[in-house]
Design a protein around this ligand. Structure first.
Ligand SMILES: Nc1ncnc2c1ncn2[C@@H]1O[C@H](COP(=O)(O)OP(=O)(O)OP(=O)(O)O)[C@@H](O)[C@H]1O
Length: 369
C-alpha cells in the first residue's frame, strides 16, 4: 500500500542558550534523525518519556515548525515545497487533537459555532446546509444534535473531547494527530474515547499518529509503535510484535510497567537507573547507554543504526542479537528464566526506589514465586 505519510531523516534542534550577541551557545536536540511511514487508515503510536521529542515530531509533520533537515511527504507531495494553495489543502487534510480539549475550544462560542467555523473557513459546505452538517458531525461522535446550542463549559471532559474530535472531522481529514487525547480523562471515560477513535477510523479510513506515554492505551489502539528516546527512534514494529517481544532494552523497561491480561502471568518490572540524560547534552554513542544494563564499550562510542529485519521490526541496538529473549511474561509458578533473573537483578540492584519519569514505572523487587 502507498504510504500516506513518509518521514525521512527529520532533524530539529532548538536554540537553548544564546550569547549577549545572539549567537547560539547550546542546542536542544529535540528530534535527531527520525524516519517512519504511515499507511492510510492505520495508527502509528509515538511513545517515550517526557521530552523525548514526540510533540516536536508532530509539529514538524503538521508543518507548524520547519525542520533543520529531512523530508516529510504527505500523500506523495513534499510538504516543504507546497505552494500556498496546496498548503491550505494540507491544513485541511491533517488535523490535531490535544490532551486538554477545553483549552482548544473557544469558551465564548457555542458548539454549533465551533463546528461551523472550519466549514466556513475552508468553504466546505454551502451556508444553507451547515446546520445539517453540524448535526451529522455531532451524531458521528455520539452526541445529540440539540447540544449544538450549548457552550463548552456545559460538557464533561469526555464530551469536550468528542467535540474536539468532531471539529477535526469537520474538514474531512486523512490524518489526525492525537496528542495524548485521553490522558486528562477519567479512566472510565478513556476506553469510550479510544473506541470512538477506532470506530471513526474504520468508518472514515483515517490515519492516526497517536502520541502517548501510556503504553496500556497505546496497546489498545496502535497498529505500529515507534519507541523514542532523546530525539531518536530506538525501536519500531507492529504493535502486536512489539508488545509480545520488545527487543531494545529501553522498550523492555517501558513495557515492563504495563499490566498483563493473563490472570496468572507476572512480569518483572524493570526500573531504569538514574536521571534521564538531557536532550541538551545527550550521551555520545547510543543515547541509552548510560541507563542500559547491557552496555559495552562500543555502545559508548558508536551510535547504533535503526536496522529492520525482514518482518519490518526495527531496532537500534548493537547487542540486539545477543540479548536474552524478551521473556517478560512469567508464569507465576515458574519464576524467572535465568537470563531474566540476571537482567532484573542488574536493573534492580542499584535502582530500588528510582523511577522512570513520565512512564510511571514503579520500583519492583523481583519475585521467584
Ligand atoms: N520551542 C522550543 N524551544 C526550545 N526547546 C524546545 C522547544 N520545544 C521543545 N523543546 C525541547 O525539545 C525536547 C523535546 O520536546 P517535546 O515537547 O517534543 O517532547 P515530548 O516527548 O513531546 O515531551 P512531553 O511528553 O513532555 O510533551 C525537550 O527537551 C523540550 O524541552
Amino acid at each position: 500500500m502507498t504510504a500516506l505519510l513518509e518521514v525521512k531523516g527529520l532533524v530539529k534542534h532548538f536554540v537553548a542558550r544564546r550569547s549577549l550577541f545572539g549567537r547560539a551557545l547550546a542546542h536542544v536536540k529535540a528530534v535527531d534523525g527520525v524516519s517512519f511511514t504511515l499507511e492510510p487508515g492505520k495508527t502509528l503510536a509515538l511513545v517515550g518519556e517526557s521530552g523525548c521529542g514526540k510533540s516536536t515530531v508532530s509539529r514538524l509533520v503538521l508543518r507548524l515548525i520547519e525542520p533543520d533537515a529531512g523530508t516529510v511527504r504527505f500523500d506523495g507531495r513534499d510538504l516543504l515545497s507546497l505552494d500556498p494553495d496546496a498548503l491550505r489543502k494540507f491544513r485541511r487534510e491533517a488535523q490535531i487533537i490535544f490532551q486538554d480539549p477545553y483549552a482548544s475550544l473557544n469558551p465564548r462560542m457555542t458548539v454549533g459555532q465551533i463546528l461551523t467555523e472550519p466549514l466556513a473557513l475552508h468553504d466546505l459546505v454551502p451556508t444553507a446546509h451547515r446546520r445539517e452538517r453540524v448535526a451529522e458531525l455531532l451524531r458521528l461522535v455520539g452526541l445529540e444534535p440539540r447540544l449544538a446550542r450549548r457552550y463548552p463549559h456545559e460538557f464533561s471532559g469526555g464530551q469536550r473531547q468528542r467535540i474536539a474530535i468532531a471539529r477535526a472531522l469537520a474538514v474531512e481529514p486523512k490524518l489526525i494527530i492525537c496528542d495524548e487525547p485521553v490522558s486528562a480523562l477519567d479512566v472510565s471515560i478513556r476506553s469510550q474515547i479510544l473506541n470512538l477513535l477506532r470506530e471513526l477510523q474504520d468508518r472514515l479510513g483515517l490515519a492516526y499518529i497517536f502520541v502517548s506515554h501510556d503504553l496500556a492505551v497505546v496497546k489498545h489502539i496502535a497498529d505500529r509503535v515507534a519507541v523514542m528516546n532523546l530525539g531518536q527512534i530506538v525501536e519500531e514494529a507492529d504493535a502486536g510484535e512489539l508488545f509480545a517481544e520488545p527487543r531494545h532494552p529501553y522498550s523492555r523497561a517501558l513495557l515492563s510497567a504495563i499490566p498483563l491480561p493473563q490472570p496468572h502471568a507476572r512480569r518483572a518490572k524493570i526500573v531504569l537507573q538514574g536521571e534521564t540524560p538531557s536532550a541538551l547534552n545527550p550521551p555520545a554513542g547510543c543515547r541509552f547507554h548510560t541507563r542500559c544494563p547491557f552496555v559495552i564499550d562500543r555502545c559508548r562510542a558508536e551510535a547504533p543504526a535503526l536496522v529492520a529485519d525482514e518482518a519490518g521490526h526495527a531496532t537500534a541496538c548493537h547487542r540486539v542479537s545477543e540479548l536474552p529473549p524478551a521473556d517478560t511474561i512469567l508464569p507465576t509458578a515458574g519464576g524467572f528464566t535465568p537470563e531474566l533473573a540476571k537482567l532484573v537483578a542488574a536493573f534492580s540492584r542499584k535502582t530500588e526506589g528510582a523511577s522512570l519519569a513520565g512512564v510511571g514505572i514503579q520500583s519492583a523487587r523481583p519475585t521467584t514465586t
